[in-house]
Design a protein around this ligand. Structure first.
Ligand SMILES: [Zn+2]
Length: 291
């Protein structure tokens, strides 16, 4: 979806007040204007402190945030909007600690907000499929310096556009098996694309639905047959270690969502905040896993 370019001052102008943020969400929820869910009346008043609209006729208070990504939030929407701006405009990703200081929330609140925004990023990317020549490979994810048991593999697919990479998809799996590979391919590729991979037995599952070319690739030659998988994994490692100093495998998928979301939109940097806002405003309620 196309979105205008923005910057800090423009964002401040657009969403600098709680009223403006409430209005943006209300416009998304009721594109034809407010309509009371109880009596159907079409006039209501915003109660910004409660994220709700009160019906002018029957005084029913309709929640603005119920069922959205901001479901039952106690924070002003303004903080959420700034969160979206910060995460979208920081090139390498923003840590929960730095982010918590910017918008004056606790670290745990910041972590939960980031987590929800990353889920919205993953959902937006899940609407697209990869096409044409695609490289598929895998990477051992997880935390640096831990034992093998904490490392979970990540399946990686990248569109090979010769001199550049196209779109990318990554998924954390418990083990690389025929089943997990088949699921990954089904989720991210339409049938009959041209897929390259190395000759691992579990990757043979790709051939069921795709034109599959497998080649035995020694580690030092991986860059020749699967150059973009190789580069993407290198970038992913830098992203995880640089910004987040390693990530536990429990949350890895959410970080992969963020990495892929950014990678897939790397040429639309100035549009990213408004694109991400649109993804968040249209997303439904998210229940976070409790650790
Ligand atoms: Zn009403």
């Amino acid at each position: 979806m196309k979105a205008p370019k923005t910057n800090l001052l423009d964002w401040q102008k657009r969403y600098g007040t709680e009223e403006a943020c409430n209005q943006a969400l209300a416009q998304q929820r009721w594109p034809e204007g407010f309509r009371c869910p109880r009596c159907g009346h079409d006039h209501g008043y915003a109660i910004t402190t409660r994220h709700s609209y009160e019906c002018a006729l029957c005084h029913y208070q309709a929640s603005l945030t119920a069922g959205t990504l901001f479901h039952s939030t106690n924070l002003p929407l303004n903080k959420w909007f700034w969160a979206i701006y910060l995460i979208a405009s920081d090139k390498g990703g923003i840590s929960a600690m730095r982010f918590s200081k910017h918008i004056e929330v606790s670290w745990i609140t910041a972590s939960r907000m980031l987590c929800k925004i990353r889920i919205a990023m993953g959902h937006r990317d899940s609407l697209y499929r990869l096409h044409d020549l695609i490289e598929i490979g895998h990477h051992s994810g997880g935390k640096r310096g831990r034992g093998v048991e904490s490392k979970t593999p990540v399946l990686v697919a990248v569109e090979n556009r010769d001199k550049r990479a196209g779109f990318i998809a990554m998924r954390q799996v418990f083990v690389v098996t025929r089943e997990t590979v088949a699921q990954f391919v089904q989720r991210h590729l339409p049938p009959n694309q041209l897929v390259r991979s190395d000759a691992l037995a579990s990757l043979a599952a790709i051939g069921k639905t795709q034109h599959h070319a497998a080649r035995v690739t020694p580690a030092d030659k991986a860059g020749e047959w699967l150059p973009w998988v190789h580069i993407a994994i290198g970038n992913l490692k830098a992203f995880l270690l640089g910004t987040y100093h390693g990530v536990s495998s429990y949350y890895l998928q959410e970080y992969l969502n963020e990495f892929c979301y950014r990678f897939n939109r790397r040429e639309w940097e100035a549009e990213l905040p408004l694109r991400l806002l649109s993804a968040c405003l249209t997303h439904t309620q998210v229940k976070l896993k409790m650790v």
